[in-house]
Write a protein that binds this ligand. Structure first.
Ligand SMILES: Cc1cc2nc3c(=O)[nH]c(=O)nc-3n(C[C@H](O)[C@H](O)[C@H](O)COP(=O)(O)OP(=O)(O)OC[C@H]3O[C@@H](n4cnc5c(N)ncnc54)[C@H](O)[C@@H]3O)c2cc1C
Length: 355
């Protein structure tokens, strides 16, 4: 393809949850969209994540960022039902609460302080004593002192969400260029022209950089418009557990536990500032298993079925960048760090509004 005519209204570079959500939203609104990924879409961080939807349990300091996260959580049911209507895949959204647990007096005081803060913010949450916690999660260690349940939060199976987005995008006519090589933004001194790769040149009215932790490396971006994004590694593992052994997302000191409908229990995650190293290490696995078994010794004999890692896209401010740049037609949707799954619906809406 080499013509000068605009071939797509929008080209999205990067086919993670963020790029695919934007592509889906735009196609839903009637735009012609192409997605370019140098690899397999819906892998990378979006596949590696735990899929927790936890704007309140995360205790985000920045008020406007906190509101963005809470608004995105509120959008999730409608977002998922549109995905299902378009592509027929259900990503298993579960809003059955997130339980933070305390095993010492200091951790209990922390839960109480967080509960006070959430109450002031009108977030529905319950402070729980030991018996309450064990009634909700009987497999936790009997040494648990109490906990905090945030009722409106939960999880989505992010790997299924990736598949649901791909199916919905395909059904809405989005063209996906997977495993494309040498992808580069093309622009003149005033505005974006399109996307070039080994598959040819595709003229496009607008281009969105949704390259996750690699966003600052996108070729063809003028130096003063390069976004600052760094990778932050996270390791995770999965156990196969008897159904119902852990029933909802549990935060314990040093690890969180995320039970999936397919019988896996995800245990995550390390936070490591060591670049693009994605090895699973003995120390990473040990720290996660130690914390998980302290909180729930009943997991001891469960089969360890999977170990993996991914890199979260982090900006210097810790906040995502979603919107226009100084180059006309060039947009960014990057830096979602620990909350990219949570923020997918609102990022898609904001980008579609901006475009
Ligand atoms: C261990 C772990 C646990 C997490 N848990 C949660 C959680 O519980 N809840 C939550 O909300 N978030 C969580 N996150 C964060 C979340 O996974 C990320 O914020 C989110 O996936 C970022 O999505 P993305 O689409 O921006 O990036 P990615 O999913 O990394 O996708 C980027 C895509 O861009 C492509 N790409 C890169 N460079 C180029 C290029 N030059 N040209 C073309 N394509 C390119 C890549 O191949 C990739 O497909 C977690 C992350 C990790 C690592």
């Amino acid at each position: 393809m080499g013509g000068k005519e605009i071939d797509a209204d929008v080209a999205v570079i990067g086919g993670g949850i963020i790029g695919l959500s934007i592509a889906f939203e735009l196609s839903w609104r009637g735009a012609r969209v192409r997605v370019f990924d140098r690899d397999e879409p819906a892998r990378a961080a979006s596949w590696a994540a735990a899929g927790m939807l936890a704007p309140h349990t995360e205790m985000i300091e920045d008020a406007s960022f906190r509101a963005l996260c809470a608004d995105s959580l509120a959008m999730y049911p409608e977002f998922v039902s549109r995905l299902f209507a378009a592509g027929g895949i259900d990503p298993h959204l579960r809003l059955d609460g997130i339980l933070s647990t305390a095993f010492s007096e200091i951790e209990m005081e922390d839960c109480a302080a967080r509960w006070e803060t959430l109450r002031r913010r009108s977030v529905k949450a319950q402070i729980l004593d030991r018996d309450d916690v064990l009634r909700l999660e009987p497999s936790l260690a009997s040494t648990v002192r109490g906990g905090l349940l945030v009722e409106s939060e939960g999880q989505i199976d992010n790997r299924l969400l990736g598949r649901a987005l791909l199916a919905a995008c395909a059904a809405r006519g989005v063209t996906i260029h997977a495993s494309a090589r040498d992808i580069a933004l093309e622009c003149d001194e005033r505005r974006v022209l399109g996307v070039r790769s080994d598959q040819g040149f595709y003229p496009s009215g607008s281009v969105v950089n949704a390259c996750g932790a690699w966003a600052s490396q996108l070729a063809g971006v003028p130096i003063d418009s390069v976004v600052e994004v760094e990778p932050v590694k996270g390791q995770m593992l999965a156990l196969q557990i008897p159904r119902g052994l852990i029933q909802r997302v549990v935060w314990a000191p040093g690890a969180y536990l995320v039970p999936r409908d397919d019988g896996r229990l995800l245990i995550g995650a390390t936070v490591e500032d060591i670049g693009f190293d994605t090895r699973v290490t003995a120390r990473g696995v040990q720290s996660l298993l130690d914390a998980a078994l302290r909180a729930a010794p009943a997991l001891r004999d469960c089969a360890l079925t999977e170990m993996w890692s991914g890199v979260r896209p982090s900006t210097p401010s810790g906040l995502p960048q979603i919107g226009a740049t100084s180059i006309a037609g060039y947009f960014v949707a990057v830096g979602h760090y620990r909350n990219g799954i949570l923020l997918a619906p609102i990022t898609a809406r904001r980008m579609a509004d901006a475009l």
